[in-house]
Design a protein around this ligand. Structure first.
Ligand code: UD1
Length: 417
């Protein structure tokens, strides 16, 4: 999809169901490489990033067969320990094959990652931890060549920052290492707990995932397993805010509201009526939000991947909100685009001042990454007239059925190729 055209002004009303989390399923696909045989992962969204990861796996020698909302992954006994540039540059999560391939094959050749344009996104913590486990690395023509010919060994690692990717890479590396790996100051995201659950289903011995101390007792081999992916909290939160920004009501099913506590708390503080059950949530938006301040933080803090959608919502608040972005150095390109729609927002360092305006007006805007694209669509749902969100292929990287789901809620949105 090249562009999305949205006509604003209709309060959304209805129910949508979310699928499994993109940020979990991509890691499950990599985890499958640790055990030869046939794995079945269910509750999988059909999104571009999953397809790209499927290509990475195929390059490694696995086969991926999609069947509705599930993937069957057949992993060979001797994988080819390599991830090529043309795939890695499309998706940063490919770097996670590093830990898995080093653990499984004793070597890995992975092109250095690209991904979203959020400022510099180094992988020093991934590499330092893997070095502590006995791996060595050299960079050759843009390709990171990792080696651990005698296998990885357990280590005590304390992360400088609870990086999601570093925690996952070290977890994947640790399950087949000799001895015990302790990961301190680990990221606590629900997707990491879900990855550990899948690894344990394969026969791994992981404890503490979902807390800041993870202990991994290495085992000599794993067996293929089946796993159902945890629901996508970002997809759920995005539809909740899509309803809220229009002053409408959206019920999201098949989700886990406890994974969105901070985001729902801030929506309530901004004047939304929020109701939750075990696997559903319902958010009704106010005419205009009450301003709220919030700061992005590692889980269980406010998710950085929900910040652009929340800023879009607050752009029409009755007053001024301040948002502080603590995860990425630069994630503000979408602000210029929102300003083109009449929003009054300024960024200063990591702080963003959102002065609420009564109305937004439709314009042509650039959806420069997954969540920016979603945020601009949300703004378009509220704006007067028509909004064209270009570069909408980014949205397809993270949301399956984005347009039909919004249409089912009453949104006037169409794909314009
Ligand atoms: C994952 C998510 C991404 C989300 C992010 C934070 C996936 C596929 N992506 O990304 O959507 O926005 O978590 O919740 O799951 N950092 C370093 N050195 C490192 C590693 C990270 O400095 O070795 C920095 C990064 O540049 C960034 C911050 O730490 O500023 C957080 O990164 P991290 O938690 O690792 O995010 P990702 O795993 O890349």
């Amino acid at each position: 999809m090249n562009s999305l055209v949205v006509t604003g002004g209709v309060p959304l009303d209805g129910t949508v169901q979310v699928l499994g989390a993109k940020n979990a399923v991509l890691k499950h696909m990599v985890a499958a490489l640790l055990a030869p045989g046939t794995h079945r992962i269910t509750n999988v969204p059909r999104i571009l990033d999953v397809e790209i990861m499927g290509k990475v796996l195929e390059h490694v020698g696995a086969t991926c067969a999609f069947d509705g909302d599930s993937i069957e992954i057949d992993v060979p006994i001797d994988p080819n320990p390599e991830a090529p540039l043309e795939l890695v540059r499309q998706m940063r999560a490919s770097i996670l094959v590093l830990g898995a391939l080093l653990a499984r094959c004793g070597e890995a050749r992975v092109a250095l990652p690209g991904g979203d344009d959020f400022g510099s996104r180094p992988i020093d913590m991934h590499l330092d931890g893997l070095r502590d486990m006995g791996a060595t690395f050299e960079l050759s023509h843009g390709v990171l060549v990792g080696s651990a010919p005698d296998g990885l060994r357990g280590a005590d690692i304390y992360l400088e920052f609870p990086s999601v990717g570093a925690t996952e890479n070290l977890l994947l590396a640790g399950v087949l290492a000799h001895g015990v790996t302790n990961i301190g100051n680990a990221a606590r995201e629900p997707e990491i707990a879900d990855l550990a659950a899948y690894l344990n289903q394969m026969g791994a011995k992981v404890e503490g995932a979902g807390t800041s101390t993870i202990t991994v007792r290495g085992v000599s081999g794993l067996t293929a397993a089946d796993h159902r992916t945890v629901p996508d909290r970002l997809e759920a939160g995005t539809y909740a805010l899509a309803g809220a920004i229009t002053g409408g009501r959206v019920r999201v099913e098949h989700c886990r509201p406890e994974h969105l506590r901070m985001e729902l708390q801030k929506m309530a503080a901004a004047g939304c009526q929020v109701e939750v059950g075990e696997s559903w949530l319902e958010v009704t938006g106010p005419d205009r939000p009450v301003p709220v301040d919030f700061a992005t933080l590692p889980y269980p803090g406010f998710h950085t991947d929900m910040h652009p959608q929340m800023v879009a919502f607050l752009s029409v608040a009755e007053g001024t909100s301040i948002m502080t972005e603590n995860i990425y150095a630069a994630r503000f390109r979408y602000i210029g685009e929102l300003s083109r729609m009449g929003a009054d927002i300024t960024a200063d360092g990591q702080h963003v001042v959102v002065r609420g305006v009564p109305t937004l007006s439709g314009a042509e805007v650039d959806g420069c990454d997954i969540r920016a694209g979603a945020a601009l669509v949300l703004a378009g749902l509220r704006a007067r007239g028509s909004t064209r969100v270009t570069e909408a292929h980014h949205i397809a990287r993270g949301y399956s059925g984005f347009v039909p789901k919004l249409q089912s809620l009453g949104a006037q949105i169409d794909i314009d190729a």
